[in-house]
Design a protein around this ligand. Structure first.
Ligand code: ADP
Length: 336
């Protein structure tokens, strides 16, 4: 019987333990041992789960025979949040406790609310400028033709910034929606690089940057052409914008027997090492002021990361301060 109980607990997807009428743990499964970071068998429940709320809930379940749910923290490193469902088993005063680790779900929830807070903040800044300009146009600058032009220009710039932000947010959510579908069309990487270069020709010219294309002329990978063009464009735009002091950018295509690679190298100011691990986070910028001045949303590399994830690939970044940066990615070759 005891073995059967243990087998039964092991088959449950969550952590589970049984506490007898004296408050001792008589059985537990592996998931519970992992959640509690010890094997609680034979120990007093109060010493295993050191939470007064849990002890109170346990006593209440025993006296009322009604199940209870209680959340408590385990002060491990990092600390974890656990939700316990406590129910009477109906004989010998035994109680079944189901433990659910909420740490990951709560971390995701926090990321989501941070994201909403960041996105709202990003949206609010241009909106405040637009509102300020409208109020000035209605009041002090009502009959000032020169002032009107200036405030209208500000409104246009800020409205365009909001539009870019919304477009990028929509792009991100569209990619995330399809995250599990791996794209498999035949895509020419050099063609993508050429297209990106052509689309950003005007910007490169304005900033005095020469973009050259080298490497293999024929590299066919398995992917989504539009999305890979977006990746190449975002990377090239950054290289041209942030690396403009280097005056040139090199786009390089290559392949081995498995994958095709596109690398984009600039010779600008580079990025300090401490920033590299966080570059693809939403709204992370090395310099917010510079990014805003250059019309950035802080979402370009997050979009790149998610498109590459969908292609089962990742972004590689090498950068040396003062020498420039190389951003690259590899995608499996197209197999007919
Ligand atoms: P943004 O819209 O601000 O350009 P990205 O997500 O595309 O957002 O890039 C995040 C940040 O990474 C940029 O704000 C910039 O600080 C830095 N960065 C990206 N590419 C380069 C580069 N080639 N050289 C220097 N810094 C770069």
């Amino acid at each position: 019987m005891e073995n059967m109980v243990v087998d039964f607990l092991q088959a449950l997807p969550d952590g589970a333990l049984i506490i007898d009428h004296e408050g001792m743990v008589t059985a537990s499964n592996v998931a519970a041992n992992e959640a509690l970071e010890l094997d609680p068998g034979g120990l007093a429940a109060s010493s295993v789960i050191r939470s007064s709320a849990f002890a109170t809930a346990l006593a209440s379940v025993r006296s009322t025979h009604r199940p209870a749910i209680i959340d408590f923290d385990i002060y491990s490193n990092p600390p974890r949040q656990i939700s316990a469902h406590i129910a009477n088993l109906g004989y010998d005063g035994q109680v079944l406790v189901i433990l659910r680790d909420l740490t990951r779900a709560q971390a995701i929830e926090k990321m989501r609310s941070d994201f909403v807070a960041n996105a709202s903040h990003e949206m609010r800044t241009p909106l405040s400028s637009i509102l300020g300009a409208i109020e000035t146009l209605q009041g002090p600058a009502k009959n000032d033709a020169k002032g009107r032009d200036m405030f209208l220009a500000t409104m246009l710039t800020q409205a365009q910034r909001m539009k870019r932000l919304i477009d990028d947010l929509l792009t991100l959510s569209r990619i995330e929606l399809n995250a599990h579908v791996r794209p498999s069309a035949k895509v020419s990487l050099p063609q993508i690089a050429k297209q990106a270069r052509s689309n950003l020709g005007q910007l490169a010219k304005e900033l005095g940057v020469e973009v050259s294309l080298t490497g293999d002329a024929e590299v066919f990978v398995s992917g989504d052409g539009e999305e890979l063009l977006q990746v190449a464009q975002n990377l090239l735009e950054n290289a041209v914008k942030y690396g403009s002091s280097g005056k040139q950018v090199v786009m390089f295509c290559a392949s081995n027997s498995e994958t095709g690679t596109l690398a984009i190298q600039d010779f600008g100011k580079g990025i300090a090492q401490i920033h590299l691990p966080r570059l693809t986070e939403r709204f992370y910028r090395v310099s917010t002021q510079e990014s805003r001045q250059r019309g950035g949303t802080g979402l370009g590399l997050a979009i790149v990361k998610h498109i590459l994830l969908r292609h089962r690939s990742k972004l590689d970044v090498h950068s040396i301060e003062g020498d420039g940066s190389t951003f690259s990615f590899s995608i499996p070759l197209f197999k007919s």
